[in-house]
Ligand binder design. Structure first.
Ligand code: SAH
Length: 350
């Protein structure tokens, strides 16, 4: 069985040629899938019936199957997909008032580098996703939106896993999101824990894609306590790579900062962060911690958030608070996958 999402136009054309079909059929099929988001060959009405039947029998349009879905009161849609080897991954669709529709997609099953407060990190690393598996998550959300007369405008590689640990497939997926799905480069964001060699490599790709770096602490001791890989790539090297990225690309970096009460929201941390980022073309995206089962920390109160932001403002560092979405549906950071896994383990035991 061929998987259409693993084929580029040439690959698809070759198969169709072997089937005795003219080459323009490839373009027709790709238009159905990537522009109209129709994934059932039987519905591709401008193809001859015998070709549709052969496609249904010998080709599939992806390998993900929906294992679980939840909708939040704020409109957030969260899905858990099962990969063909049984692994579970998460995908989230977020709605914003300005009509932006943003897909948050996964690049790995599990994660090797995990933040101690991250539910995905707790499960450890399982495997990399292929570019096809990464793209399919966005395609299925685009399909959901098309069904409602809306369109997918943004994609963030900020779900389960570390995109730069799976660099080649993640970048291949990003190019296909742009070329095949038509998402503008400036509307795509890659979020990394801060792998220095890959940040440098990414700066040379010549892409307009946005870069987000998860910082969460402004001293090495604090950051290493949250993220062991900080010992391998300490703050000095990370910040040097970030500064070089900004210099080389002229693009601003987003720094992500989870606000954990009494840990990352203190005045000392705010001053240290202000000093670290002063003068750099960047933006801080602060997000109150999403509580997880295995980490005892709690989110900052709104007063603590305000104090933190006003100290950053004194350093001229721009910062906003990210609204936590889908908090009622375990939408953050590997939480729903953990819940589905636990439920399946329970029912297996019965
Ligand atoms: N591995 C990449 C992308 C996946 S995580 C990275 O580390 O950036 C996406 C973002 O969610 C990161 O900034 C991560 O630190 C943050 N995150 C993970 N768990 C969280 C939690 N419990 N509360 C708030 N943010 C969390």
């Amino acid at each position: 069985m061929h998987n259409l999402l693993e084929l580029d136009r040439d690959g698809l054309t070759r198969i169709l040629e072997q089937w005795g079909q003219p080459s323009f059929r490839a373009r027709q099929i790709l238009t159905w899938v990537y522009q109209r988001h129709v994934t059932d060959f039987a519905d591709m009405t401008d193809l001859p019936l015998d070709l549709r039947e052969r496609l249904v029998a010998e080709m599939k349009t992806g390998s993900l199957s929906l294992a679980h879905e939840r909708r939040s009161r704020d409109g957030t849609l969260k899905r858990v997909y099962r990969l063909d080897d049984g692994q579970l991954i998460e995908t989230v669709l977020m709605h914003y008032r300005d009509r932006r529709r943003s897909a948050c997609i996964s690049t790995q099953a599990g994660c090797a580098l995990g933040w101690i407060f991250c539910a995905t990190g707790e499960m450890g690393f399982v495997r990399h996703l292929s570019a096809a598996e990464i793209v399919e998550q966005a395609l299925l959300l685009a399909q959901e939106l098309t069904g409602r007369g809306e369109r997918l405008s943004n994609v963030v590689l900020m779900g389960m896993g570390e995109p730069f640990h799976n660099y080649d497939e993640s970048l291949k997926a990003v190019r296909r999101l742009m070329d095949d799905l038509g998402i503008g480069a400036r509307h795509i964001t890659i979020s990394t824990v801060g792998l220095v060699p890959q940040i440098r490599r990414f700066a040379d790709e010549g892409l307009q894609v946005r870069l987000a770096v998860s910082l969460h602490a402004a001293t090495n001791a604090d950051r290493s306590a949250l993220l062991p890989v900080n010992r391998r790539w300490p703050l000095r090297e990370l910040m040097a790579a970030c500064r070089d990225y900004v210099r080389k690309t002229g693009r601003r970096i987003t720094f992500e900062w989870a606000l954990i009460r009494g840990e990352t929201d203190t005045m000392e941390q705010a001053h240290a962060l202000g000093k670290l980022l002063q003068g750099l073309l960047c933006h801080v995206n602060a997000i109150p911690l999403n509580p997880t089962a295995d980490y005892a920390g709690s989110p900052s109160s709104s007063d603590e958030v305000e104090r933190f932001l006003s100290i950053l403002a004194d350093y001229g560092v721009r910062a906003t608070v990210r609204v936590r979405r889908g908090i009622d549906i375990d939408a953050g950071c590997g939480q729903l996958r953990a819940a589905v896994q636990a439920k399946e383990a329970d029912s297996d035991a019965l």
